[in-house]
Design a protein around this ligand. Structure first.
Ligand SMILES: Nc1ncnc2c1ncn2[C@@H]1O[C@H](COP(=O)(O)OP(=O)(O)O)[C@@H](O)[C@H]1O
Ligand SMILES: [Mg+2]
Length: 397
């Protein structure tokens, strides 16, 4: 609030003006100008735009109203207070409609003027702080991508670890990978990291953490991704509530471009919360009959939970080499479009066992290229089309 608000008095009657000025100055208020209606008011306002216009409003009120409207154009940040000998509701309403923020009845009393002026300035200040506060709010929030599936052994962790890695490789993004597998928690093994702190430790300290300090609890992997592992012992999940999950995912999303979340092949309240917080759900199915049957149930469950369909992308992962079904059959049975397909590659198993994502171990393998394409598509980038041969022989296609 301006410590010493500056005021211009607008009144066609010079005697009334000097009375008003006397009241203001006796209240230690600063009058920086005084004027008649119309051009004179506009000229004075242009010379010295004030915080407040004190505008007299007598019959006929048309000139006063016109003047208020003109002053608003000249000094839009200044507030208008009308003062008048007319005490009827109609006059007050007309002044307010014209843009006056307060209405005082003549004769002006110092305490009324002071209250009106400081009341308006305080309101302005509150509004300014509110707008500033809103501007300082973290508007940026990364994309939460959850790899979900109806059962285990279909390649969810393989996809989550490789997708997170491919996102860093292809887009240089800031990526957090969270192991939300409440049963087995394989991310640490597949990424070959030691679990010193897990999501359970983060949950315990969640009230002290913010989007920066939570990063200290993540394992910085040599691929560039930051990993929040599952607890070593699954019983530790018992201490985690949906509120913990909400806060953890929210803080991670505030500090990363992408948060990739791996899940178990089961459904519980932690997973329900995770799905709710996700911007994209990658629903993984393998090509065997039981997986497709379970995926149909998962799709039904997501629909029942009102998860919007555009959030759910179906991924067919050829985790086994058998090929009795075709992808068209999968789409027909599930009545759902397959968005991405991951080919079978026997190198996946060995890469997983070595703790090196296949997109790192064999970046030009078809499976790596499929995952990288998916990472690019999620980032809204064109596909990385170059394979090993193209890179090796230059521009050959
Ligand atoms: N595209 C693939 N090609 C070959 N093997 C795969 C593929 N995807 C997954 N696998 C293998 O399938 C098994 C299960 O994968 P995993 O990612 O642990 O599944 P989930 O997390 O769903 O339990 C692992 O042995 C993995 O190496
Ligand atoms: Mg898994």
């Amino acid at each position: 609030m301006p410590r010493n608000p500056e005021i211009i008095i607008v009144d066609p009657d010079p005697d009334a003006r000097s009375d008003a000025k006397h009241v203001l100055t006796s209240s230690q208020l600063t009058v920086v100008g005084e004027a008649d209606y119309g051009i004179e008011a506009v000229t004075v306002a242009r010379e010295h735009p004030p915080d407040i216009f004190l505008v007299s409003m007598e019959e006929p009120v048309v000139r006063a109203i016109r003047t208020i409207q003109m002053l608003e154009g000249i000094a839009p940040k200044a507030a208008v207070i009308a003062y008048s000998s007319l005490a009827d509701a109609g006059s007050v309403r007309r002044a307010m409609v014209a843009g006056a923020r307060d209405y005082l009845i003549k004769p002006l009393k110092p305490e009324d003027v002071t209250r009106a002026i400081y009341g308006i300035l305080e309101q302005e200040e509150r509004r300014r702080l509110q707008l500033e506060g809103e501007a300082n709010e973290p508007v940026a929030r990364g994309t939460v991508v959850t790899v979900f599936g109806a059962k285990g052994g279909i390649g969810k962790t393989t996809i989550a670890t490789n997708l997170a890695t491919a996102m860093v490789q292809a887009t240089n993004a800031n990526v957090a990978l969270v192991d939300m597998d409440t049963r087995f928690g394989d991310v640490a093994i597949m990424m070959d990291i030691a679990v010193e702190r897990s999501i359970a430790d983060v949950a315990r300290r969640i009230d002290e953490l913010n989007r920066e300090s939570i990063k200290d609890s993540l394992v910085r992997h040599h691929t560039g991704i930051s990993i929040l592992p599952a607890p070593l012992h699954p019983t530790e999940w018992r201490d985690l509530t949906p509120q913990h999950i909400e806060k953890i995912v929210d803080l991670l999303a505030q500090g990363h471009d992408y948060v990739v979340i791996d899940t178990p092949g089961t459904f519980n309240e932690i997973i329900a919360t995770t799905l709710e917080l996700s911007d994209i759900i990658l629903l993984v199915t393998s090509m065997d009959i039981t997986s497709i049957k379970d995926t149909a149930l998962a799709l039904e469950m997501l629909r029942t939970a009102d998860v919007p369909e555009e959030k759910v992308k179906l991924i067919v992962n050829h985790s086994t080499s058998s090929n009795s079904l075709r992808e068209e059959d999968v789409e027909r049975v599930l009545e759902y479009t397959v968005t991405w397909r991951i080919p079978h590659d026997y190198n996946v198993a060995s890469a997983n066992q070595l703790g090196v994502p296949i997109v790192v171990a064999k970046p030009y393998a078809r499976v790596s290229r499929a995952v990288t394409d998916m990472a690019c598509a999620l980032a809204g980038l064109p596909r990385e089309r170059k394979g090993f041969l193209e890179r090796f022989v230059g521009r050959a296609s």
